[in-house]
Design a protein around this ligand. Sequence first.
Ligand code: HEC
Ligand code: HEC
Ligand code: HEC
Length: 413
Amino acid sequence: MRKGPTIAVVLIALGASTGPGASADLQDFAAVERGRYLANAADCGSCHTIPGSEHPFSGGRPIETPFGVLAAPNITPDRETGIGSWTNNEFDAAVRRGISRNGARLYPAMPFPYYTRMSREDVADIRAYLNTIAPVHNAVQVNRLPFPFNLRAAMIVWDRLYFTPGEFHDDVSKSKEWNRGAYLAQGPAHCGACHTPKTVLGGDKPSEALRGYMLQGWTAPDITSGQGPLRNWSVDDIAEYLKAGHNKNAAAAGLMGEVVDLSTSKMTDQDTRAIATYLKGVTGMAPGSSATADKADKDVTAAGGAIFQDLCSACHQQDGKGVANMFPNLSEAATTSTQDPATVLRVILQGAQSVATDREPTGPAMPAFGWQLDDAQLAAVASYVRGRFGKNAPAVSADQVRKARAALTARTD
Ligand code: HEC
Ligand code: HEC
Ligand code: HEC
């Protein structure tokens, strides 16, 4: 058994240095490595792997959509239950056009509206890399949506409304670095899939790109600059957040922690910087500028301030500025300014473990306060934080806290 592969390796080694197969083998190797890098940048492993599973890409992870739950299929090279018998064209059609092997439309829970920005070669390289993964036999029942959303035919209409196929093309008026960042953010890294507001049918609203969206029990905040919440973040601050999971303003936890862990922390420093350069050019609106936020009344603010002083200021400091790379600066973290308070409430109720990365191996944690504070107290401290440090963020009511508590208890993640 052992001899075969060894001999093959020797032959490849010999071929690489002398024979005519040399460049082809080296090319294959380069394609696989490029594919591995792109698969990480595109975070293919996150949805297509059950967290903690020893079988990457073997599928089965439930993916929440506004219409119900889908399960991501097996994309290992298993010939029966995976994609082992698919042609490269079939793979390309699924990834870049959302068309499955039998011609059916895929749901956009698979981010093909973003992956369409990748080139054919990019996707072929990802395939080359996936071919090197151990095949796993695992049949996944993908569609668990209720009627009428279980009807794939409806996706033809969706595609017509919201899907703009086509590769990314450089904008010649912009720098090379900006173009690389735009390609990554709008393509493989699909930042807008979580950060861009959606229509009722779950399509992106392009005119509001990256201005925040609520999904899977989190608010992915507005991450625009200009007047937007990241206006005081430098290119280096953003790049550091993506690479290390922390910077002087904020820390990544939950869904974004996973994105940093599996995807952006594995990018080169040039690439995280390129994304940051692109992001700094996305100028948004002042948070909540369309409406004047409801402020908490004086008593609630006073109660919230007292709780903050007692329970929060040891880490975040009285002025909310925190400690660089340890405890977020609540005035500069975009999460405090969101219209929808889901992330703030979740972090205070459940606590949060920020992500640990090679760059910063200890991810500081925030303790849970849900057991200690009742709904009114929690609403008071959340309103205080949002009113004092956030930018025009509405106050939070005890009723909202009660609902958030119930919703979080029902969640498994
Ligand atoms: C945000 C979650 C998510 C990410 C990220 C993701 N996928 Fe998917 N993928 C899905 C879901 C869900 C489906 C099933 C959609 C459906 O059936 O309509 C799917 C379907 C597919 C299919 C079709 C398989 C089949 O049996 O029909 C392929 C191929 C695929 N994904 C490859 C990839 C690759 C390659 C990447 C990275 C470039 C990737 N996916 C990233 C969620 C994801
Ligand atoms: C032991 C230190 C500690 C204490 C005490 C603490 N926090 Fe935190 N807090 C953290 C850390 C670490 C994070 C980063 C975790 C993360 O990624 O969200 C954080 C994150 C946050 C965030 C999210 C900021 C972001 O980066 O998105 C908010 C809001 C917040 N804390 C509010 C509070 C409030 C309100 C209290 C008191 C009720 C409190 N914290 C008490 C350490 C602490
Ligand atoms: C799977 C969904 C998802 C994807 C994909 C995603 N994000 Fe996030 N992001 C979130 C959520 C949820 C938060 C809030 C949680 C937190 O702060 O820890 C967040 C927080 C952030 C923050 C911190 C804001 C702050 O002040 O606390 C930045 C910056 C950010 N994301 C940038 C990006 C960029 C750039 C990309 C693409 C490379 C990206 N995100 C892709 C879900 C996502």
